[in-house]
Design a protein around this ligand. Structure first.
Ligand code: C2E
Ligand code: CA
Ligand code: CA
Length: 414
């Protein structure tokens, strides 16, 4: 440890602040002294100052800390590596103190949030006492609510439990509408699987899909769900006859050479034209099995199914895939829409993806649209379709039926 600064005379107005445990990581002597003095001036009494990341990590390993303020330019372990490692510990929130340029600051922000940490502020140079006080007050409101990395991951549900749930028919489809942005009309719904447990709890796919993937359970889940969805479409009424239904294709389904014919006979059984079915394939799955995907996508396209490339922008070999395969829809991953609020390169990146999709005559869907500002932005960039909480959250079939009645009637009246 470099130094500790006990302070007995914290003012009454800063009483809360004096309870905060603050860790300062800064290699520059002058900067360290300035920040320490400023923090003390604001009422901080429990201050630990460290010259480098390793010392700071050792300190964090010893116990919880309310606020970590770190520089980015440091010899040895730089600030980005330090933030990555520090997020493993019990830290209420982080702040960055740096004169680094915007791009580097943004990368640091992303590091903190990716690790499940909270970035409470950025201290630019020259230091403003007002900003510093605001940061400390913000820190007072944080109650270490966010779990640390590692503990954030839910324990995987044992496969045996999932097998029983499958036998009990506990996996059900939820539906999330896709909206045509120019008209506000509904173009389709995406099927998103949920596990409805006997106790009433509804469990999301992130807790069971990865356990099932690579085992026979995944194919069983997919086909059970598909049958149920196709049966559900009959309850949507005639007005919903043009609403398309999108399934997420798992890797194991792609590996089944009989997939195109099995899907076609399921459509026939339920009297659904294949043109109403969209099959979403993530870029990562598509790129990991290029030959198999090339053949299967072509065979599915031949039978009239609409092929969609999902989570676009997060995988690789994207250009090659788009060029060679008959994808008709491109779904831009929601991380790109979410990053719009951070400004910077998010808008030109989205612009490029939307333009690419449109030039290739694909329907471009923006995923995860949550705010009016995001909607305005993607509309301006020429995106045709949107999906996200702003329009509707995923919902069970009964809720979708009422939603469809309201929305189809409103669209007809326009
Ligand atoms: P995905 O295919 O990218 O689905 C979109 C995810 O984004 C869904 O999460 C949806 O609930 C969520 N989402 C939609 N709009 C918003 C928004 O505005 N804000 C935010 N924060 N999130 C939004 P969900 O339902 O948890 O599904 C996660 C992933 O699990 C899906 O990602 C998909 O890859 C997979 N999945 C879900 N159901 C199935 C399935 O039946 N089969 C297969 N193979 N995968 C599935
Ligand atoms: Ca999807
Ligand atoms: Ca997606």
């Amino acid at each position: 440890m470099l130094s500790s600064f006990p302070m007995a005379d914290a003012s009454a107005s800063a009483r809360g602040i004096s309870d905060l445990h603050v860790l300062l990581v800064e290699d520059d002597e002058l900067q360290l002294a300035l920040l320490s003095a400023s923090l003390r001036h604001c009422g901080v009494t429990r201050l630990t100052a460290m010259h480098d990341g390793w010392g700071a990590l050792a300190h964090l390993a010893a116990g919880p800390c309310d606020l970590v303020i770190s520089d980015l330019h440091m010899p040895g372990m730089d600030g980005i590596e330090f933030l990555n490692r520090a997020a493993e510990f019990d830290v209420g929130g982080f702040a960055i103190s740096s004169g680094a340029d915007q791009d580097i600051m943004r990368a640091a922000e992303a590091v903190v949030s990716d690790c499940g940490g909270q970035l409470l502020g950025i201290l630019t140079k020259p230091l403003s006492l007002e900003v510093l006080r605001g940061l400390l007050e913000k820190s007072l409101r944080v109650t270490h609510a966010l779990p640390r990395r590692g503990s954030e991951l839910q324990p995987a549900v044992p496969a045996a439990e999932l097998r029983t749930a499958l036998e009990r028919n506990e996996f059900i489809p939820y539906y999330q509408p896709k909206i045509q942005l120019q008209t506000g009309s509904i173009s389709g719904v995406e099927v998103l699987c949920r596990w409805q447990r006997a106790c009433g709890q509804v469990v999301g796919p992130e807790q069971f899909i990865h356990v099932m993937e690579g085992t026979p359970l995944m194919a069983q889940l997919s086909w059970t769900l598909l049958e149920r969805v196709m049966a559900d479409t009959a309850s949507w009424g005639q007005e919903a006859g043009a609403v398309s239904v999108a399934f997420n294709l798992s890797a194991c389904m792609l590996e089944d050479p009989a997939l195109p014919d099995k899907l076609l006979s399921a459509c026939k059984r339920h009297d659904l034209p294949p043109q109403r079915i969209t099959l979403e394939l993530t870029e990562t799955v598509a790129a990991s099995r290029p030959r198999l995907v090339r053949d299967t996508v072509a065979r599915l396209g031949l039978r009239g199914f609409k092929m969609s490339i999902d989570d676009f922008g997060t995988g690789y070999a994207s250009m090659d895939l788009l060029l060679r395969l008959p994808f008709r829809e491109l779904k831009i991953d929601r991380s790109f829409i979410a990053s719009l609020k951070a400004g910077g390169k998010a808008t030109p990146m989205l612009d490029a993806m939307i333009t690419l999709g449109r030039r290739l005559n694909m329907e471009v869907v923006a995923e995860g649209v949550e705010t009016e500002a995001e909607l305005a932005c993607i509309l301006q960039l020429g995106c045709t379709t949107g999906q996200g909480y702003l329009f509707a959250k995923p919902m069970p079939n009964e809720a979708l039926c009422s939603w469809l009645v309201t929305h189809l009637a409103a669209n007809a009246a326009r």
